[in-house]
Design a protein around this ligand. Structure first.
Ligand SMILES: N=c1c2ncn([C@@H]3O[C@H](COP(=O)(O)OP(=O)(O)OP(=O)(O)O)[C@@H](O)[C@H]3O)c2ncn1[C@@H]1O[C@H](COP(=O)(O)O)[C@@H](O)[C@H]1O
Length: 111
């Protein structure tokens, strides 16, 4: 899992630097700009939600897996566009690892 995300990030950075919009989907997203990338993230998030509801009602498991993959991919393009590294997200999750979400929320409420 970690390896494919790292490998994909390398490709995404290459496409951002030297990809041609006519031959690379990732380069075409960067070329169209942040608003287009955010539109795709929103669209894929909605499709993932709909696929989750469908699966809960007896729908197709592969549909949800594919939609979440689309969402992760477009989120990675968004991060790349803004020069935010995947390692920053990993570090954030690592910092939270083992800390209950309920405990973290309670600590936030302290004056
Ligand atoms: N993982 C992906 C990936 N996942 C999804 N997609 C593309 O995301 C696009 C958007 O999906 P949609 O379902 O919204 O399709 P659509 O309705 O045609 O999209 P729009 O017309 O609305 O833009 C599709 O064209 C998918 O092919 C991806 N395109 C590329 N990658 C990876 O990125 C690498 C670089 O891709 P290129 O830049 O195209 O070479 C590839 O080698 C892959 O590893």
């Amino acid at each position: 899992m970690h390896d494919i995300l790292q490998s994909l990030q390398v490709i995404l950075e290459q496409r951002k630097r030297e990809g041609e919009p006519d031959s690379s989907y990732v380069a075409s997203l960067h070329h169209q700009g942040l608003n287009k990338i955010l539109e795709k993230v929103g669209e894929e998030a909605t499709e993932a939600i709909l696929a989750a509801k469908d699966l809960d009602n007896g729908g197709n498991r592969e549909d949800l897996v594919g939609e979440v993959a689309d969402l992760w991919f477009h989120s990675m393009v968004m991060l790349s566009h803004l020069d935010v590294g995947l390692d920053e997200i990993g570090d954030c999750l690592a910092d939270r690892f083992g800390l209950s979400g309920l405990d973290e929320k309670a600590a936030r409420k302290q004056p």
